[in-house]
Every structure is written in structure tokens, then in C-alpha cells.
Write a protein that binds this ligand. Structure first.
Ligand code: AMP
Length: 221
């Protein structure tokens, strides 16, 4: 499976990609998670990435492409991957196509959620600082903000503030939304309604995958 998942911040990409990764046994490659790891390091690069992320700005394409190229070259990505948060603009999509060549993406899934809903979700979102597991004020971990998966601390992301959310949605419209048309004319795009609880959306996602990439289901139920 070589799949890209598109959608606004807060559309549920992280949650759905984690589920797809488990179901299909391919790595969940999230550039946001990779940059959050870089941001923890006490280096000049760590500082630069930390500042950009906190403001809701995008990281430069050169660095993004280097990190993705390295990740997709690792052994576990040979059977495929689910890409979350990448590509974020047309230049990155073009670079991904050359990185994969002569192989191609199986498809691009667009998780559709209206902006008012994502703003609400982002304000309520909480994440594990250690493994990136996603929670919300309405679906917290079992124990007082301790991650159910790894025991790490669950906090609000630094870029889930009102100001950074506004900036990220602006950048989504300007940089990322054009990818919907870009992948659509290349016959790769299919859309799924991302409103609803994660279990419901997952059923819609699986349904859409069955229709659009039936080969994925030859050995998975
Ligand atoms: P995300 O977790 O996907 O919302 O990403 C969090 C932040 O990481 C973004 O606001 C950007 O600062 C940075 N980032 C993640 N992916 C990319 C990308 N493909 N291109 C540029 N910046 C990115």
C-alpha cells in the first residue's frame, strides 16, 4: 500500500493513518511527528524547527524532502507506507513522484471536514509527547493525562493555539488545497467524509479503499 492522506489540520489524518498502518502492516510516516522529534533536540536545527512549528509555519521543502527521502528508503517502507502531512504543496508532490519512480502511489485519500469542525477539534486535541498518540478533552486517556499506549505525558500541542491554528489553516488553503485538483487530474484522488467519531470515519475509509484500490484487499479482510 502506497497511500497519501490529505486533509486539513484536525481532519483526523493522524488517527486514521495510525489505524491503516496497523491494519495493512505498513509504516505510518508522519512528517509532523518526525519534525516534533527533531524539535526536541538541543541543536540549531532543533531550535529552527521548534520556532517554525510553534508559529504554524511550514518547514522549507529541502529539509522536508531530505527527511522523507531518508524515511521512505528504510526497509520497513519497502512494502509501502501511509503518508500523513506530506506532501503539503505541489513542489513536494512532484518530488514525491520522482522519489517513487518507477513505482506510483496507489491512491490519495482526502479526508473532508469543514473548517468550523477542525477548529473545534484542534482546540480540544491533546497528544502524547512520547509516542504521538492522539486524545481529546472528550476522549481523554484512562488515567489523568498519562498515555494509554506508552505511559508518556499527554499535553496540548504548542501549535494548537488560536493564532497558530489560524495560520495553519491559511497555509492549508494556499499551499495544500491545490493538491486535491493536482491528484484528481492524475486519477489518484478519492474523498471520504471525515465528520463523525473515529470508528465511523474508519469504516468510511475502508469502504472507499475497497472501491478505489481493490487490490489492497486481496490478502487482508
Ligand atoms: P502536522 O503534525 O502535520 O500538523 O505538522 C506539524 C508542523 O510540522 C507543521 O505545521 C509544519 O511546521 C511542519 N510540517 C509537517 N509536515 C510538513 C511538510 N510536509 N512541509 C512543511 N512543513 C511540515
Amino acid at each position: 500500500m502506497r497511500l497519501v492522506v490529505l486533509g486539513k489540520q484536525g481532519a483526523g489524518k493522524g488517527t486514521q493513518c495510525a489505524r491503516l498502518s496497523e491494519r495493512f502492516g505498513v509504516p505510518h510516516v508522519s512528517t509532523g511527528d518526525m519534525f516534533r522529534a527533531v524539535a526536541k533536540s538541543d541543536t540549531e536545527l532543533g531550535k529552527l524547527v521548534r520556532e517554525k512549528m510553534a508559529e504554524g509555519e511550514l518547514i522549507g521543502d529541502d529539509l522536508v524532502l531530505a527527511i522523507v527521502n531518508e524515511r521512505l528508503g528504510q526497509d520497513d517502507a519497502r512494502r509501502g507506507f501511509v503518508l500523513d502531512g506530506f506532501p503539503r504543496n505541489v513542489a513536494q508532490a512532484e518530488a514525491l513522484a520522482s522519489m517513487l519512480s518507477p513505482l506510483e502511489l496507489d491512491g490519495v485519500l482526502d479526508l473532508e471536514v469543514p473548517s468550523v469542525v477542525v477548529v473545534e477539534r484542534l482546540a480540544a486535541r491533546r497528544v502524547c509527547t512520547n509516542c504521538g498518540a492522539i486524545y481529546s478533552l472528550s476522549q481523554p486517556p484512562k488515567q489523568d493525562w498519562i498515555c494509554d499506549v506508552c505511559g508518556g505525558s499527554v499535553i496540548q500541542r504548542e501549535d494548537d493555539t488560536e493564532e497558530a491554528i489560524r495560520r495553519r489553516l491559511e497555509l492549508y488553503e494556499r499551499e495544500t488545497a491545490p493538491l486535491i485538483e493536482w491528484y484528481s487530474v492524475r486519477g489518484k484522488l478519492f474523498s471520504v467524509d471525515g465528520v463523525g467519531d473515529p470508528g465511523e470515519v474508519e469504516l468510511n475509509v475502508i469502504d472507499a479503499l475497497r472501491k478505489n484500490i481493490p487490490t489492497l484487499f486481496s490478502d487482508v479482510q
